[in-house]
Design a protein around this ligand. Structure first.
Ligand code: SAM
Length: 302
């Protein structure tokens, strides 16, 4: 427990699809007036240096945001360059807003992305949970610089457990109850897979209309293989629309398969516009991040 530090992985291909999906989903939800309770059950440190010691050691942004940006740069120089799809543009704008000098030196984690999207009149609330002793301190000091007041609450608590206290969410000023939850564990321990499924089942009982986003790794482990199937069954049993986005960047150029090469984002109560938005984005992201044999992407939905 606690050997996982997101700083080693910030900006990798998994972060790209995770944050692309989070932004597109919240943008859709914010088309309605009512305030939203946004919960990030596994928040991480909030903001990462892409030129720091951790990211240099892992170098995972090379197969993620760095590769995406350089491929897009090369494509934009061509005569028949196509416009960037809307959801991808929103993601790129978000990364650019943390890097005003042009070079990608900082990568925003989900807490900073979600904070940047809170509507300025404080109707949306952000609730962050991070259990790691060092990362929870880093998160608190990063968030302190945002001067976010009472829109953000941070707790060094178990996100799976604490989520229960927040659902159903309090009514917003318009009287409506709305919530979006990002569940993004490190899956360091096998029991995380079961906890995710059990939590989503519990969430649907407590607040059936919430939008729930789960990131999961695609690896050769039965629990990992079963998780999206279990989420699909839970959604179907509750008659909730779901979406499952997967990306595999394929094998390493030397043919080896070391490191994480594939992951997915499962959305319960997926907005109806999300599938087309993500498909358009993935038509660019998928090929841009393809590394070797076995690369693929898909957007499945109910
Ligand atoms: N959501 C972050 C982002 O997109 O920037 C990345 C989160 S990282 C994949 C998972 C985090 O969950 C780690 O920082 C880990 O310390 C933390 N963690 C692990 N178990 C936890 C738990 N039960 N409750 C809250 N945080 C936990």
């Amino acid at each position: 427990m606690f050997s996982y530090r997101h700083a080693f992985h910030a900006g990798n291909h998994a972060d790209v699809i995770k944050h692309l999906t989070v932004i597109a989903t919240l943008q859709h939800l914010q088309q309605k007036e009512g305030g939203i309770t946004i919960v990030d059950t596994h928040a991480g440190a909030g903001l990462y240096r892409l030129d720091g010691d951790y990211s240099e050691t892992g170098g995972e942004a090379k197969d993620g945001i760095f590769k995406l940006l350089s491929q897009l740069d090369a494509a934009s120089a061509k005569k028949d360059a196509k416009p960037i799809p809307e959801a991808l543009q929103a993601y790129l704008d978000m990364i650019a807003s943390f890097n005003p000098n042009g070079q990608a030196k900082f990568y925003p984690g989900s807490p900073f992305i979600l904070h940047a999207m809170l509507r300025k009149d404080a109707r949306d609330k952000l609730r962050l949970f991070e259990l790691h002793p060092t990362d929870s301190k880093a998160l608190a000091s990063n968030v302190a610089q945002l001067d976010a007041g009472r829109s953000i609450m941070i707790a060094r608590e178990d996100g799976f457990e604490s989520l229960k206290k927040l659902l159903p969410p309090p009514p917003s000023a318009t009287g409506s109850k709305r919530a979006m939850v990002l569940m993004d564990p490190s899956y360091e321990i096998k029991s995380d897979y079961g906890k995710v499924a059990a939590n989503i089942q519990d969430c649907l009982k407590r607040f059936a209309t919430g939008t729930y986003l789960v990131w999961y790794p695609i690896i050769a482990r039965p629990e990992a293989h079963d998780l999206p199937k279990r989420l699909r069954t839970l959604s179907n049993q509750s008659q909730k629309p779901w979406l499952n986005l997967t990306l595999s960047i394929g094998r390493n150029t030397d043919g080896s398969s070391a490191g994480l090469s594939a992951s997915g984002m499962f959305v319960v109560n997926a907005p109806f516009t999300l599938k087309d938005k993500l498909r358009e984005a993935m038509e660019v992201v998928g090929p841009a991040l393809a590394r070797g044999s076995g690369h693929s992407w898909a957007v499945e939905h109910s």
